[in-house]
Design a protein around this ligand. Structure first.
Ligand code: NI
Length: 148
């Protein structure tokens, strides 16, 4: 387990599309462990996507204080409603702004055992899921700010 450096600002890795994980092996579990350590080390972070530590793989971790969520190859299956709230990002520490997100999302992914899991999130959890999945597609919240 290790704390990794968070890529920030206009680091080009943040704009690349991450590749799906084909096999959940020890290397992938190591990446997840490092992501959790890195997220918890920061203190005020609630989510992290692998490209933020320079790894272009489709992995996200989330901790909004209700237990850690780890998702490999996350995919949004359903979304409903909308919410507008202020958003920030560990990779853009000096920026924040209002972003519209769905109020509810249903996401499919794999856990660290390679088992398929479904996560349903409302409100802040829906927001973080969308934000982190955007990272896997090279999209940052500043692309979606409706008001700064
Ligand atoms: Ni972010």
């Amino acid at each position: 387990m290790a704390i990794r450096k968070i890529r920030t600002g206009d680091d080009p890795v943040l704009r690349k599309i991450s590749r799906p994980v084909e096999e959940v092996n020890d290397r992938i579990i190591q990446i997840i462990d490092d992501m959790v350590d890195t997220l918890h080390n920061i203190g005020n972070g609630i989510g992290l996507a692998a490209p933020q530590i320079g790894i272009l793989r489709r992995i996200i971790v989330i901790d909004i204080g209700e237990g850690i969520i780890e998702l490999i190859n996350p995919e949004i299956l359903e979304e409903r409603g909308s919410q507008i709230d202020i958003e920030g990002c560990l990779s853009l520490p000096d920026r924040s702004g209002n972003v519209e997100r769905p109020f509810y999302v249903k996401v499919k992914g794999l856990n660290r055992k390679g088992e398929e899991v479904i996560i349903e999130g409302e409100d802040i959890l829906a927001r973080v899921l969308c934000h982190e999945i955007d990272h896997l597609n090279g999209i940052l919240f500043i692309d979606k700010i409706i008001e700064e």
